[in-house]
Design a protein around this ligand. Sequence first.
Ligand SMILES: *[C@@H]1O[C@H](CO)[C@@H](O)[C@H](O)[C@H]1NC(C)=O
Ligand SMILES: *[C@@H]1O[C@H](CO)[C@@H](O)[C@H](O)[C@H]1NC(C)=O
Ligand SMILES: *[C@@H]1O[C@H](CO)[C@@H](O)[C@H](O)[C@H]1NC(C)=O
Ligand SMILES: *[C@@H]1O[C@H](CO)[C@@H](O)[C@H](O)[C@H]1NC(C)=O
Length: 578
Amino acid sequence: MKTMKSLIIRICILLSFGFCVKSASEQYPSAPHIVIFMVDDLGWNDVSFHGSNQIPTPNIDALAYNGIILNRHYVMPSCTPTRAAFFSGKYPIRMGMQGEGIMGGEPRGLPLNVRILPEYLRDLGYSPKLIGKWHLGFHTRQHTPLHRGFDSFLGFYNSHIAYYDYKYSQGNMSGFDLHRGDVPAYDLQGQYATDLFTEEAVKIIDHHDPINPLYLQINHLGVHAPLEVPLDNFDLSEFAHIREPNRRNYAMMVTRLDESLGRIVASLGDKGLLKNSIIILMTDNGAPTIGKYRNSGSNWPLRGTKYTLYEGGVRGVAAIWSPRLHSMARVSNNIMHITDWLPTLYSAAGGNVDDLGEIDGINHWPHLHQGKEIPRETVLLNIDEVSKTEGAIHRRFKLVRGAYKRGYYDQYYGESGRNHEVPPYNYTLVHRSFVATAISAHLGDPMTQPSAMTHLREQASVLCRRKSTFSYCNETECLFDIVNDPCEATNIAKQYPKVVTELDLYLEKYGNVLVKQPRLPIDWMADPRRRNNTWEPWLNPEMTTHLYGYNAASGFSTWTIFIHIGMTLLIVTLKLFN
Ligand SMILES: *[C@@H]1O[C@H](CO)[C@@H](O)[C@H](O)[C@H]1NC(C)=O
Ligand SMILES: *[C@@H]1O[C@H](CO)[C@@H](O)[C@H](O)[C@H]1NC(C)=O
Ligand SMILES: *[C@@H]1O[C@H](CO)[C@@H](O)[C@H](O)[C@H]1NC(C)=O
Ligand SMILES: *[C@@H]1O[C@H](CO)[C@@H](O)[C@H](O)[C@H]1NC(C)=O
């Protein structure tokens, strides 16, 4: 790709096409440092800024209270679609990525002709770095992070790994999955994954030359199943109030994530980068409270879990912090979607969003940075032609149709995450957290007055009256008023037929551009036993085109570029002589 790009640039310069010159990297000396802290399968109710005292998350809370709590941040219902949407700014239905997560051995990935965030940021002088989960395909080398715009990568290709031995299993296949760049990182085995990724992040920050803008994305394994806890230095009595043992273990895993954020923000401070940073915290989807990969997370009181289009699946924990924000220490109830980050970050970094071509994401930066008007009112939640589920939101209305796995995930779960017999919220912990300490050391007083924190927590909490009955949406469609009924108990489709029709037309419009999911069987040639018990790319890009008929390696070959340029010149010439 690199040589190809330089080839294009050289051809452009040769032909002195004015418009091509833009793609050569320009320097924006004041471009912000961007740190993405993406957590896996964390539930709505698993951070204490949403009102639960059960698992204290003082660092996460300090970041949220001092920035903007994004309280209506919509994500996709599971990992692969969320990551595809985040990186591409496109609804996954446009790329056939709207369904299940990629399984080990499945010869499938984010199509190579889709340009993604790290590639765009490179054009602006960033050298993007990825730590942790990828999960956008690795059947060919070209699908892996270093070949898609990242300059460095320490992490895993599959949906998850075990926290200590970094192994992933699929059917009868099992193997090691931790890579540094393109190479298996056998030497790193044994350290708790959350700590390993934190240390890598701190190292990258320590070695960063502050003259260059930093893009660092930490896609934590935590708190995806399996429930493996950090074994060292843990005060078990801290969670004595949680009676359920799995939930107690989960609490320890969440605490490690919270510390991770604290250490990363502290190192940004020590390095003098904090004043010029944008830090975003988000989960990729709601917690899977039941099912094979359940993690004892809680989306309470929201309905549904990961995999569903109910709020528990798609209304994800999120917050943004930056001194560049227009107004801070507040809760935003504006609708924001995971696809919006590509244009928002590109714009924050000094880019012109027109460069991004046809995307579904909407730029929120003018709003976040200057308080300009609210950019989004409508969002497509998903259309999954395989599970036959679909949904969309317009302002306070949400239309949902169908049920994943016959409605198995569509109820209310995670009640053990409710507040009973828990210690009071500890304001001192927030005040003394790494995050609050770093903010006060480098930027002045953080927002840690108990009264202010209490106010923000109240605003960020969802309260619902316990409903004894609720509507299923697998037999009839459901319309919910998610502002007044955030727990989606009452179907109001009959009362608002016009709204239903409008949302229906909206869904139909997107149904027309949907690219069907390529449902490819697991390829047993991927078996790690063939590659020193390690998950590694196992196909050549040419082979995938040949074998599966769909162009996994789409992108442009050198020849198509030559043909393309040839055709363009021909057309230009013809026009000139017309
Ligand atoms: C693993 O399972 C698949 C499908 O059941 C089978 O085709 C394959 O031969 C098995 N591989 C081994 C090494 O047992
Ligand atoms: C709808 O979901 C409910 C609850 O899971 C289930 O009992 C019912 O059988 C489902 N109906 C259909 C048609 O799948
Ligand atoms: C809050 O946390 C601090 C620091 O760990 C501790 O000293 C204090 O006792 C806690 N306060 C309460 C009310 O639990
Ligand atoms: C194979 O894997 C082991 C660890 O399981 C490692 O020590 C060894 O160096 C690897 N061999 C090669 C050739 O990479």
